[in-house]
Design a protein around this ligand. Structure first.
Ligand code: ZN
Length: 172
């Protein structure tokens, strides 16, 4: 596995609509593994392929145990072609992005989402996510459509500059 270089805001690849993955093969699994290692090295909870310079619909997510609530299990996903097929409710929380280091902002999101995707064995999966996990899914799927969280902050004055050692609630 390898840690890949993160692309930053201003790089045109972050504004492209990523293309679907037609088949899960060794190269896609290796890419997902490298994205995983990159996400862990950068202390993110999610990463989308455009963030490492590949305009493909592939995301990885890792929420450690107890991330939002004490009894939350660990959540780990490597998914191709994720798509929100249902969303419900509202929540607003602080987000940061590995592609926009040093900033956080309050972003309105759905409280829960149902996501349809393909796993790394090529099997279709459906995931129901709420709270922070739902935010990460929405943040990552936005990346696949060329959308950054800063496009969604209600009020740009809520964007704050932070030091690296103070990550946002959801840094992805
Ligand atoms: Zn991001």
């Amino acid at each position: 596995m390898a840690v890949l270089k993160i692309r930053f805001d201003g790089d045109p690849i972050l504004r492209q609509k990523a293309t679907k993955i037609s088949r899960i093969d060794e190269s896609i699994r290796k890419l997902a593994d490298d994205m995983w290692e990159t996400m862990m090295a950068e202390h993110g909870v999610g990463l989308a392929a455009p963030q490492i310079g590949l305009s493909r619909r592939l995301i990885v997510i890792h929420l450690p145990e107890g991330y939002e609530y004490e009894d939350d299990p660990e959540f780990n996903f490597k998914l191709a072609n994720p798509e929100i097929i249902k969303s419900f409710g509202e929540q607003t929380g602080q987000e940061g992005c590995l592609s926009i280091p040093g900033w956080v902002g309050d972003v309105p999101r759905a409280e829960s989402v149902t996501v349809k995707a393909i796993d790394m064995n090529g099997r279709p999966v459906r995931i129901k996510a709420t709270g922070h996990l739902a935010v990460v899914f929405q943040h990552e799927i936005d990346h696949l459509d060329g959308i950054l969280y800063t496009d969604r902050v209600v009020d740009k004055t809520t964007l704050l500059r932070v030091r690296d050692e103070e990550p946002a609630e959801v840094e992805a």
